[in-house]
Design a protein around this ligand. Structure first.
Ligand code: GAP
Length: 509
């Protein structure tokens, strides 16, 4: 997929008020972004869609909203103070800093691209008779590339698992990886770099307490485990969900809102009886994939990628990867986190973090399945799958965002055909009726065709056009964004029709 397309998406996002660089008048702030008028609507709709699917539709999941600042011991207990590190490496010529593991991963991606190229060539040559699996298994060059990938991945995972920084550096040297900026292989040693931002609480010099901006929302859920247990009348298995900001001092933050320094997470911790976690892990994998697929993008946008190297607290982990314009990348993580977090908080706080199970009459620390998705990353996934450039029958072109209607920033546009003859008044009547239930945009400026294009560009799924016939027989035209099909409907039926199209059950059920 082309760099070009990604550039078009980012500039479209800016031009149409979805995303702006932060503090742009001061030349921006690296990897920090602001959401504009259409962006905030889309973002809020994604939050709502997640919240309703997770909290409203699950009797046994409740929500919280914990503070960003937390007691510093939280991060000692969770392991972030000691181990929330990325291995970094500097190029001595360009003075640019990179994540050492990502340099190797980019090298792997280049080999993958060579395999893809062979496959594309062969598919073209053999047409319908092409058998990709057989080709992969038998073609000597592809076999050689696959063997290279396996060998490099093994060495990379090994070095990361053992936290062996010299081995990581040796791998970069062995693969002759060059800095994309300077083109040289003049690297420093690999060092660990903690990703948490630090700040201070309190104004009195000397007595200030060092705090961190939370790098994940999950810990706010763990430390409130007892509070929720006491106040929400929940019984195992149950979940606690939260949407909120997280902060990471990413070494390299590229790819627009894919990797940011300030971002939002939508996380849910599901507390289960020990021994049942694998079954719940499978359940949540399926449920979360169902949520993604409910939005209607093609199945080949998604894949599971199991973690080969598990974090010390996990006994199973997978990513839901999304086919972004720059390739398949993690969109959501589903982790079986054992009892690690609650056990550590019990240890560090001295408070019991246990559940008395009335069925087994046992007192235990529950096991946890976590689902964790980046809201901004989900926003980028929606935007990139929705962005379409089309050539129309009349030879003209349009750019349309095929955003799932349930997430669209503006749900309905109300457009009087002309700015006279009582049409604006009639259209305003419809607008005033609908605005209580929908995000509606009224637009009377420019020719109707240009107005349709404007709505297409921000992804408005439906447009209602009021014309002279409306005054005679009370009908309006309903235009569908994707097919551009227009049908005449009685204005009185609009609420019913929209209710059907935006019905949550029809989307999520
Ligand atoms: N509590 C588990 C956790 O935080 P993670 O894999 O580090 O796990 C979960 O993050 C999700 O948060 C990722 O799948 C991704 O969607 C999002 N995320 C992580 N770092 C991010 C960043 N720097 N910018 C944007 N989103 C990020």
């Amino acid at each position: 997929m082309s760099e070009d397309l990604f550039k078009k998406i980012t500039s479209h996002a800016k031009e149409y008020g979805f995303i702006y660089p932060s503090s742009e008048i001061y030349d921006g702030l690296s990897a920090v972004y602001d959401y504009g008028p259409n962006g905030v609507l889309l973002k809020n709709n994604i939050k709502q869609y997640w919240w309703k699917a997770m909290v409203q539709l699950h009797e046994n999941i409740v929500g919280i909203d914990a503070a960003i600042f937390m007691h510093p011991t939280v991060w000692k207990a969770s392991g972030h103070t000691d181990a929330f590190n990325d291995p970094l490496i500097d190029n001595k010529d360009s003075k640019k800093r990179y994540r050492a593991d990502q340099l190797v991963e980019e090298h792997l991606a280049k080999i993958e691209a060579k395999i893809d190229k062979e496959i594309r060539k062969a598919r073209k040559r053999f047409g319908d008779a092409f058998d990709e699996a057989k080709f992969r298994a038998e073609h000597p060059r592809v076999q050689k590339y696959i063997a290279q990938i396996d060998e490099i991945s093994r060495k990379l995972n090994d070095a990361l698992a053992r936290n062996d920084l010299p081995a990581l550096k040796a791998l970069i040297d062995e693969l002759e990886i060059a800095d994309p900026v300077s083109g040289t292989r003049n690297w420093t040693d690999v060092k660990q770099f903690n990703l948490m931002f630090q700040t201070q609480l309190g104004a009195v010099a000397g007595s200030a307490q060092h705090l961190y901006l939370r790098p994940e929302t999950a810990q706010g859920i763990f430390v409130n485990f007892n509070n929720v247990l006491k106040t929400a009348r929940v019984k195992i298995p149950f979940g606690i969900a939260q949407i909120g900001k997280a902060f990471r001092n990413e070494i390299i933050a590229r790819q627009f809102i894919f990797r940011m320094r300030e971002f939002e997470q939508m996380e849910m911790q599901f507390f289960v009886r020990p021994g049942t976690e694998m079954q719940w892990y499978e359940t949540w994998k399926e449920k979360r994939m169902h949520w993604h697929r409910s939005l209607g993008f093609a199945a080949d946008y998604y894949r599971f990628k199991d973690h080969e190297q598990l974090a010390h607290y996990a006994n199973a982990a997978t990513d839901i990867e999304f086919r972004f314009p720059f390739g398949f990348k993690e969109l959501e993580g589903i982790h079986s986190r054992t009892d690690f977090d609650l056990r550590r908080h019990e240890e560090f706080s001295g408070r019991k973090m246990r559940y008395f199970d009335p069925e087994t009459r046992e007192n235990y620390i529950p096991y946890v399945i976590e689902t964790s998705i980046g809201l901004d990353r989900m926003f980028l996934a929606v935007l990139s799958a929705a962005y379409t450039e089309e050539k129309l029958d009349d030879g003209s072109e349009r750019t349309v965002l095929r955003i799932p209607a349930v997430l669209a920033p503006v749900q309905v546009a109300v457009l009087p055909l002309v700015k006279k003859d009582g049409l604006p008044e009639k259209a305003r009547e419809i607008f005033d009726r609908l605005k209580w239930d929908y995000q509606v945009q009224y637009d009377e400026k420019d020719a109707i065709g240009r107005r349709y294009r404007r709505q297409d560009a921000i992804g408005t799924p439906y447009a209602l056009t009021v014309d002279h016939q409306t005054l005679d027989d009370g009908t309006v035209t309903l235009r569908d964004r994707d097919s551009m099909h227009q049908e005449r409907i009685p204005a009185a039926e609009i609420p019913h029709i929209l209710q059907q199209r935006f019905n949550l059950k029809a989307w999520l059920g």
